[in-house]
Design a protein around this ligand. Sequence first.
Ligand code: AMP
Length: 240
Amino acid sequence: MAGDNSRSIGPIVLLGPPGAGKGTQAKRISEFFAIPQISTGDLLRQHVKDQTGLGLLAKDIMARGELVPDELLYDMVAQRLREADCERGFILDGFPRTAAQAGWLDAFLEREFFDKSKPGKCLPIVIRIDVDYNDLLRRLTGRRTCPACGRIYNVHLQPPRVDELCDVDGFKLVTRNDDREEVVRERLNVYEQLTRPVADYYRDKGRLVSVDGGLPVDEVFEQILREIRGRAAATVSQGE
Ligand code: AMP
């Protein structure tokens, strides 16, 4: 499919429980529109690896499958969104995860990005990927990651060509600590309790759209493209 890398796309927020395919879809959107994918999980894992102050604070919280406190994330996210590659738009994957984070993000974008003369710089379109709970458990506990290139597989749904080895570079695949079953259940509980208010926050503002994440990956992507293009068209005509 031909990409689209010239227009302003604006901020995109992907919502959905762990295992809904947010990472996979974010990567595809990022490549298609040539805009960065910003995953707070990845940013935090990098901090843990680099043993920064934030990384040291976040490490145990992440290992337990709990949420890192909101205030610890804001500087990290603000700093990333101010980088030049975010000008035409960006996809947030894993942020916001609480209603407070959603409120902070809107305020930040209005303050630093909102500009009616540049239609791409607007409040986010929010796309929620919906998936059934039992499907999620199966997907998550089967997930394996390549430690070298970051590619994600699933032993049930998207296995590598050779058992446990990455198709791209042959590295042995690993189970991320937070994909272990007890951590997965905790993450789904946290999602239930804390993250639903994020969808409610955006629904109340009329900015939430849902796509069916139970469909094959290509079809989920098609649905998402339709939503993004619909919003881009609406934003341009409002700006004219
Ligand atoms: P993820 O890779 O998105 O599943 O994130 C892995 C872990 O990082 C989560 O289980 C949380 O501990 C932490 N984390 C990532 N994003 C956020 C966020 N927006 N708010 C709080 N904690 C987060």
